[in-house]
Design a protein around this ligand. Structure first.
Ligand code: PLP
Length: 411
């Protein structure tokens, strides 16, 4: 990698030593190891998700958790637990370091004492997709890629376009034809090639893989490379740190491809193994849309994997993933933590966008608003207790979904 790139990539001089403790990659099905020094997508053995593994014993001996806190407030403050070896390869726009906002009015209304919103809408490109894409693009740059393909229902495309531009690399995006305007435009403005595909994200995925193969580009599909989940893992690390190295009792997360839930569950496991936190993992709760709920159906059926959700429709584009590739890992995170999965309607999400904004001043994406609907249902069913500490994930900014908001004041 040239110096030009190196200079261009750093938004700030990172003065602390940042050595990744990554040791290898591991197949999430059979446990087979692979070196992390090569570009790789899914596991060749089982054709499933690969996880990055770290030398946690060494990290635990050499690094003090509190030394991370004084670093610049981006996700790269956790560099030891992220996959990039060479600082110069980091492609960053300042992702992460988002506030964990303790709600006042919502908590009071719901009779709760510890209700938080993790405000991921403040990330570059307006969603938490920035975290995963920053990690994946950085590692790919380190390993010498020429460019990227990205199939996306929306926000991942915007992030890939932005980070691709930042890295000075070609990015080809594949989107369902009816993807939101905001996502099409942010992709185009960043100079990516935008390919509109008939069908859904799965169809876009097939095309992206084919083009990547043909042109020697690296495909960034959700969980079909190991590092986007590592970037999203930083949400868990950050949340634990923000709570004073503690975990909440429950995390409510709008689930599409599942990178966030899988990443955070993995991150908490690593922190527990390091001894940086204690106790049991939060209940992971997946919220999906009525019109696309493969994980809810699989969870209810007691299945270990999901079936394709036919004719998936929802205005929450991040949730329009009819057959998540990593379904088995999402279900494991939910089940092993005593969590649950439930679906909400688009209208409920839109109403909750207003409610979150009216009560706390946070203008959420419909996906983020879905977590508030889920919370209310689970309090009503007494699945959650108002005394429990709960974190809602607002995964994106409502500014990307202005067409869902009418021009009139609601009474
Ligand atoms: C992609 C996306 C989701 C789903 O995220 P996963 O981690 O893939 O499950 C939720 N909300 C928004 C706004 C998204 O863009």
């Amino acid at each position: 990698m040239g110096n030009r790139l190196k200079e261009a990539l750093l938004i700030e001089e990172i003065r602390y030593p940042m050595a990744s403790y990554i040791s290898h990659l591991e197949c999430t099905v059979c446990g087979k190891s692979y070196p992390h020094e090569q570009l790789i997508g899914i596991s060749p053995c089982c054709e499933k998700v690969l996880f990055a593994r770290y030398d946690l014993a060494k990290l635990g001996r050499e690094v003090d958790r509190d030394s991370l806190v004084s670093r610049p407030d981006t996700m790269w403050r956790y560099a030891e637990l992220l996959p990039v070896d060479d600082t110069g390869s980091i492609v960053t726009l300042g992702e992460g370091g988002t506030p964990l906002i303790r709600t006042v009015n919502l908590a009071e209304k719901l009779g709760m004492t510890n209700l938080y919103i993790k405000e991921e809408g403040l990330n570059p490109t307006g969603t938490f997709k920035a975290r995963g894409i920053s990690a994946a693009v950085s590692k790919a740059v380190e390993l010498g890629v020429n460019g990227f393909t990205m199939p996306s229902a929306g926000n991942a495309a915007g992030a890939a376009a932005a980070y691709g531009a930042r890295a000075g690399m070609e990015t080809k995006v594949f989107m369902p034809q009816d993807a939101p305007d905001a996502n099409k435009k942010e992709t185009l403005v960043a100079g990516s090639e935008l390919n509109l595909v008939e069908g859904l994200i799965n169809d876009a995925g097939r095309e992206a893989v084919a083009v990547a193969k043909e042109l020697g580009l690296f495909d960034l599909s959700t969980l079909k490379e190991p590092y986007r989940a590592e970037g999203k893992k930083s949400m868990g690390l950050e949340m634990a740190q923000q709570l004073g190295w503690k975990m909440p009792d429950a995390v409510i997360y709008p689930t599409g491809g599942g990178t966030g839930i899988i990443g955070m569950y993995k991150g908490f496991k690593e922190l527990l193994e390091l001894g940086w936190i204690e106790g049991k993992q939060p209940k992971f709760i997946s919220v999906q849309a009525d019109g696309c709920q493969p994980i809810v159906r699989a969870f209810d059926a007691g299945a270990d994997s999901s079936e394709m959700w036919e004719n998936a429709t929802t205005k929450a584009d991040g949730l329009r993933v009819p057959h998540p590739f990593a379904d088995y890992l999402i279900l494991e995170a939910i089940r092993s933590t005593g969590g649950t999965a439930l679906a909400v309607s688009d209208q409920e999400m839109i109403d909750a966008m207003y409610e979150m904004a009216t009560s706390e001043g946070i203008f959420p994406a419909p996906e983020g608003a879905a977590t508030l609907v889920g919370l209310k249902k689970l309090l009503g069913q007494k699945f959650l207790d108002p005394d429990e500490s709960v974190v809602l994930f607002n995964t994106g900014s409502g500014y990307k979904y202005l067409d869902l908001i009418s021009g009139q004041k609601r009474s």
